[in-house]
Design a binder for this molecule. Structure first.
Ligand SMILES: [Zn+2]
Length: 82
């Protein structure tokens, strides 16, 4: 996997743990070239597709709310904690 900071392919996993009730796996990675550290999350593709469908549903709700009330309720902000 490329380093998101310097695009080097020279990285290694330094920690790995199951998360979200063991449905996902997080890996802590470090770039050998620039020492940048970042986290990746492994998730079953079926679940990614469900999450995309859920996000699209929320987008549709957000758009409908905007159409009716002329403003955003911030549904996505609440869902994703932004
Ligand atoms: Zn790097």
């Amino acid at each position: 996997m490329k380093c998101p900071k310097c695009q080097s392919n020279n990285e290694k996993v330094i920690d790995s743990r199951d998360t979200h009730g063991d449905w996902t796996r997080r890996r802590r990675r470090v770039c050998i070239s620039c020492n940048h550290r970042w986290t990746t999350t492994e998730i079953p593709t079926e679940m990614v597709n469900e999450l995309i469908a859920l996000a699209q549903t929320h987008l549709a709700i957000e758009e409908a709310y905007r159409d009716v009330f002329g403003k955003s309720r911030g549904v996505l902000d609440k869902v994703f904690g932004r």
